[in-house]
Design a protein around this ligand. Structure first.
Ligand SMILES: Nc1ncnc2c1ncn2[C@@H]1O[C@H](COP(=O)(O)OP(=O)(O)OP(=O)(O)O)[C@@H](O)[C@H]1O
Ligand SMILES: [Mg+2]
Length: 357
């Protein structure tokens, strides 16, 4: 028999913290207590309630952390109901604010050596999936000469400027900006290198972005001016490389990857897009293995992905139950987790006190 009032049964703040200090955060490889992820601990009789503060709302490993926590707490004699709440506070890559003055916690470039592999499609769907998880997300169309984010997001105008700053358009919970708003669709953009550079700086700096957990940046194809301009204009928390499943495409992806390495931008991982019977599959994973980076997942070739892009309703919004949408959500969570690890691995960076929710 145990006594509820004296805590002889062992359900105390100390025993709960002790138990939770054996639960390891699977990405950061440290325990929940020393990472300060256990918050608002309340004990009522034998019942325990607390919040796990994640480093991203798009956390892929909630389920594991929950079952590990419950298992650890079950070791405490006489434990009653355990209620776990979730919150998130995204780590901040401090270089970004220092260099551009914007309140972005992380920047994620979506790139590849090759055209038409689905960079913009990945950028749009990942941004929307992140926002759906509760993150504050911006999307920058850095394809200055061939902007198609407005078409994909289904909005062709941005709001009027305020106090000489551009205001991003918003759709599916994502704020976005594009030179597509500034030119007519049938008017070709013929800009030279220095203009590209200043256009990217303006889209980053002269926009009232507000506070963002993630700025997703859609790059044009290639390994040239645009990538270089971007890396010079803003610190990048990491780059996602998109490839098609064929070997030839993977060779282009490798070039893209090497370029970011030269620019000192960490590689978040590789996405294989359009996999399936037609193009095959496997080159993305092979490349990730060979290069010792993360394989983030493959998105199947699916006509609804293209239709969604053409009609301004990306597949994660138009067919959320489709395998392609599910793939995008999984990829998104992997990206978010990798970005937390990358950003926290730089000891200058912090988890800000300010909470998301
Ligand atoms: N998984 C998929 N299944 C079917 N169609 C897809 C898929 N991913 C992308 N597409 C389609 O392929 C075309 C090219 O995709 P997208 O514009 O995203 O590529 P991109 O790499 O950004 O191209 P660019 O190099 O021109 O910027 C688009 O019509 C898009 O809708
Ligand atoms: Mg594109």
């Amino acid at each position: 028999m145990f006594n509820r009032n004296t805590g002889q049964n062992g359900v105390t703040e100390e025993s709960v913290r002790q138990a939770l200090s054996t639960v390891i955060e699977p990405e950061l490889h440290r325990d929940l207590v020393s990472l300060n992820m256990v918050r608002d601990l309340q004990i009522e009789g034998n019942d325990v309630t607390f919040t796990i503060m994640l480093t991203t709302p798009a956390c892929p490993l909630r389920g594991k952390m929950e079952s590990d926590s419950r298992q650890a707490l079950a070791q405490i004699g006489g434990i009653g109901n355990v209620t776990i709440n979730w919150d998130a506070n995204v780590p901040q890559d401090r270089r970004i604010n220092q260099q551009v003055g914007q309140q972005f916690r992380n920047t994620i470039a979506i790139s590849s050596g090759k055209g038409g592999v689905g960079k913009s499609t990945v950028a749009v769907n990942v941004a929307i999936a992140m926002a759906a998880e509760g993150a504050r997300v911006g999307l920058l169309d850095a394809d200055i000469l061939g902007p198609n984010i407005p078409m994909m997001m289904g909005i062709d105008k941005m709001p009027p400027p305020r106090e000489r700053k551009m205001i991003p358009a918003e759709a599916f919970g994502v704020r976005f900006i594009s030179t597509g708003f500034l030119v007519k669709a049938d008017q070709p953009l013929v800009w030279r290198g220095p203009m590209l550079h200043s256009a990217i700086r303006q889209l980053l700096g002269d926009v009232d972005w507000g506070e963002l957990d993630y700025l997703v940046i859609d790059l044009p194809p290639g390994t040239g001016d645009a990538q270089l301009s971007l890396a010079q204009a803003i610190p990048l928390s990491g780059a996602v490389i998109v490839t098609q499943p064929m070997q030839l495409a993977a060779a282009d992806a490798l070039r893209g990857l090497k370029m970011f390495e030269k620019l000192d931008v960490p590689i978040i991982g590789i996405v294989e897009n359009m996999s399936g019977e037609f193009f095959g599959s496997g080159a993305g994973e092979e490349l990730a293995q060979k290069y010792e980076t993360a394989f983030l997942g493959s998105v199947p070739l699916d006509a609804n992905v293209r239709k969604g892009g053409d009609s301004g309703e990306p597949i994660v919004a138009s067919f959320p139950d489709s395998p392609a949408a599910e793939a995008f959500r999984e990829i998104t969570r992997k990206i978010a987790a990798r970005v937390s690890v990358l950003t926290l691995s730089n000891k200058d960076n912090i988890i800000p006190i300010h909470m998301i929710n």
